[in-house]
Design a protein around this ligand. Structure first.
Ligand code: ASP
Length: 435
């Protein structure tokens, strides 16, 4: 039995947070693989170390003095070290980093030092071994994780280092150069380690007691999600819920390893549990998320042409420009492409020109300022009348529906509304179906 425990930046913001982490880790002997982010904010006006490292690199690149920013970083790590009386030569580490300061410093290497140093501190404090992510997380040159190589390296690591701290967020290319995951990527490091050791559970420790049903900036005090399936979580995070890094699920899902979102500041709270088959069948709606700023491009085909042929031609244009089409609702002579505005902005006019030039297309109509709201719930599949209830909520609240999409698994219903109705729609769905 072994657990992978990942701590996010706010769980590592200062020595008090380090103490909480130690209590959590040592209270359960099976919490043997620890993954850490870089030090996070101590309060809402504070800075994340990762952001300061990006800033340091930008200063170096433009030849502006970077030392004063790097000194803040040094101070933050030194403070933890001194408060906890750790026997660790941080000065040597800082010297190595500073010796590389130049206009062309390797940005990924520099930014990765946030988690590297946090892991050094944590390993020393817990009395666990430190293993550099550069030794275990391997990427191919295309930036994708090399699963085979990573798995093998993790298996080897755990034999030699049964209690270990590994920095999150980075790994190496085949030539040994550091490569960063995207922001929030320590979640993925934890998932890869959990898969590599076939962990009993992957605990992801943060500063909230699990996920909320919807965005607390829109709905006051939303309920917490107790259980959620991997697929539901992917759907919600894809639709804009600020939860785990979206690549976290695949590695653990492969081996059916549960993820438990836990709160470092309130460790006894149950948190949210993510599994392949949640037990709760009562909660109909698991979560509500959404994003603003989509375009709807409606294609009206010529009367005598086959719709399928036009669809294929239109999608070829999209593929040519690498534009992802999210939904494609259709009627007999028309179909619409729902696309995130930012994904098409660069090529909008070229795309419209090409679409209008297609022989089988009669007209193209563009609408913007559309928001998509996703109502996600695995238990909706078994409940007839859910859509009716949902749509009557829109009607009662005078919200005009522009797009409707439901996939065959019935995991989610997606409704497109005008941007201006976005918050109103989420509130109304929450009040009507969750509260
Ligand atoms: N420190 C990195 C970030 O701020 C990675 C992480 O925390 O997962 O994005």
């Amino acid at each position: 039995m072994q657990k992978v425990v990942k701590f996010g930046g706010s769980s590592l913001a200062d020595s008090k947070q380090f103490e909480k982490v130690k209590n959590i880790v040592t209270s359960d002997n099976t919490r043997n693989i620890v993954v850490v982010s870089a030090l996070g904010k101590r309060n809402k006006d504070d800075y994340k170390i990762t952001d300061l490292l990006y800033l340091t690199e930008a200063h170096l690149k433009y030849g502006v003095d970077a030392q004063s920013i790097f000194d803040i970083i040094k101070m933050r790590y030194n403070e933890v070290k001194n408060d906890l009386n750790l026997n660790l030569d941080l000065d040597k580490e800082f010297e190595i980093i500073e010796s590389k300061f130049s206009k062309t410093i390797d940005k990924e290497m520099l930014v990765s030092r946030g988690e590297y140093l946090a892991a050094k501190l944590m390993a020393c404090y817990l009395g666990y071994d430190f293993v550099d992510a550069a030794e275990v997380i391997h990427f191919d040159y295309n930036g994708k994780v090399n699963n085979e190589k990573t798995d093998a390296a993790i298996k080897e690591m755990i034999v030699k280092h049964p209690k270990v701290v590994v920095p999150g967020f980075y790994g190496v290319y085949p030539d040994g150069k550091i490569h960063l995951l995207s922001r929030g990527g320590s979640d993925v490091t934890g998932a890869l380690l959990a898969k590599g050791v076939d962990a009993t559970i992957y605990e992801n420790w943060t500063d909230v007691s699990g996920f909320l049903v919807t965005d607390p900036r829109i709905v006051d005090n939303p309920k917490q999600i107790k259980e959620i399936s991997y697929e539901e979580l992917r759907e919600l995070s894809y639709m804009g819920a600020n939860v785990l890094h979206e690549d976290t699920i695949f590695p653990v899902q492969e081996l059916d390893i549960p993820i438990n979102i836990k709160n470092t500041n309130s460790p006894l709270d149950a948190g949210t549990i993510i599994t392949s088959a949640p037990q709760d069948t009562k909660q109909i709606i698991t979560g509500i998320a959404g994003k603003k700023d989509y375009e709807s491009i409606t294609i009206i085909k010529k009367a005598k042409t086959e719709k399928l042929k036009v669809m294929r031609e239109v999608l070829e244009v999209m593929a040519k420009y690498g534009i992802n089409v999210e939904h494609m609702p259709s009627s007999i002579d028309t179909f619409s492409l729902i696309i995130e505005s930012k994904k098409i902005a660069k090529h909008l006019y070229e795309v419209l020109f090409e679409l209008k030039s297609l022989e089988d297309v009669m007209d193209v109509i563009v609408e913007n300022d559309i928001a998509l709201v996703a109502v996600v719930g695995r238990n909706m599949a078994t409940k007839p009348g859910m859509s009716a209830k949902l749509f009557s909520i829109f009607g009662d609240n005078h919200i005009n529906i522009k797009v409707i999409a439901q996939a065959s698994q019935e995991l989610s219903i997606i409704v497109g509304v005008e941007n201006k109705d976005f918050e109103k729609a989420i509130k109304a769905i929450y009040d009507g179906l969750v509260k």
